[in-house]
Design a protein around this ligand. Structure first.
Ligand code: SF4
Length: 307
């Protein structure tokens, strides 16, 4: 008979202690997973936490590139992924060959790579970024150099506007969860909640971001909603952020721009899978040494940029 949630959490807590493990979770995973995590954060904060943890084992509850990033930053730790099938659709939208072609077309360009990418793509990049620091990363680069921004065309368009730079974008890269938020949904939501602020992630389509009251990373969205004097918000990002927004802001109302903004890969991480991977200490996420050596540098360079 499958164990109950209470039994699973009890086992997770025993193994977490015995193995000196830390459980890190992204804001988009299931609520019950966020509840038992030692740290719940966005991609940038997860990378920063992985860089400074003293734990021997990191259980990364998120999608594959997040576990890979932790393994790159903390090569002396054992990084576990509760489900190796939890991949990021966007990360698979640009191949190494396609990046080679882009570089060949723009041989003098610097390559800025969103962390939502494979280690092999990072290994061919000059610097990485997250949605929280992408504008600062682009602004940190020399003004006389062309910049290729991959793989997210929507984040790239937003960054180009905010940083005042022309960016060469990858036309086929986007997040299916955020792309699903159509401008017509904005019209409907505004009609239904006329006093609400529209708050969206920069992975949304440019036509949606252009009419938002605030555009920002997950951490930026939490901050904006906390500090705003408004009482109602329409949230244009993955619906996993809603429980925390409601918990942290009891007097405020939050409406999803669409209930369909759900990342199926993030939801693959369950308590049962966390318990199993902690017990067996597998699957371990490893990056081939020849790729790791080159993929680590652009991440470390990003972590030094002040946002
Ligand atoms: S929400 Fe989009 S970008 Fe984030 S992990 Fe899922 S597919 Fe990737």
């Amino acid at each position: 008979m499958p164990l109950s949630s209470v039994e699973l959490v009890a086992r997770i807590n025993v193994w977490r202690r015995e193995k000196n493990a830390v459980i890190m979770a992204h804001h988009y995973v299931r609520e019950e997973v966020q509840d038992i995590a030692d740290c719940v954060a966005d991609s940038l904060q997860l990378a920063q936490e992985a860089a400074k943890t003293s734990a021997d084992v990191i259980v990364l509850c998120g999608v594959h590139f997040m576990a890979e990033t932790a393994a790159l930053i903390s090569p002396d730790k054992k990084v576990l992924s509760p489900d190796l099938n939890a991949g990021c659709a966007m990360a698979n939208m640009l191949t190494e060959e396609e990046l080679c072609d882009l570089r060949a077309e723009h041989p003098r360009a610097l390559v800025v790579t969103y962390v939502n990418s494979t280690a092999a793509i990072k290994a061919q990049s000059d610097i990485c970024c997250t949605s929280a620091n992408a504008v600062a990363v682009v602004k940190s680069l020399p003004a006389d150099r062309e910049i290729i921004f991959i793989p997210d065309r929507n984040l790239g368009a937003y960054v180009a506007k905010r940083a005042g730079r022309d960016l060469i974008l990858w036309r086929d890269g986007f997040c299916p969860t955020h792309e699903r938020m159509l401008p017509t949904f904005v019209e409907t939501a505004r009609r239904e909640h006329p006093r609400a602020k529209l708050v969206v992630h920069p992975e949304t389509q440019p036509a949606v971001a252009a009419v938002a009251d605030f555009v920002g990373s997950t951490a930026g969205i939490f901050r904006y909603c906390r500090e705003s004097s408004a009482a109602e918000f329409i949230i244009g990002t993955e619906i996993g952020v809603l429980p925390r927004l409601r918990r942290e802001n009891p007097g405020k109302q939050f409406y999803p721009l669409t209930e369909t903004a759900d990342c199926p890969n993030m939801k693959l991480i369950t308590l049962a899978k966390i318990a199993r991977c902690l017990e067996r200490e597998e699957p371990v996420v490893r990056v081939k040494p020849e790729i790791a050596a080159r993929a680590r540098a652009p991440i470390e360079k990003m972590l030094k940029v002040k946002s």
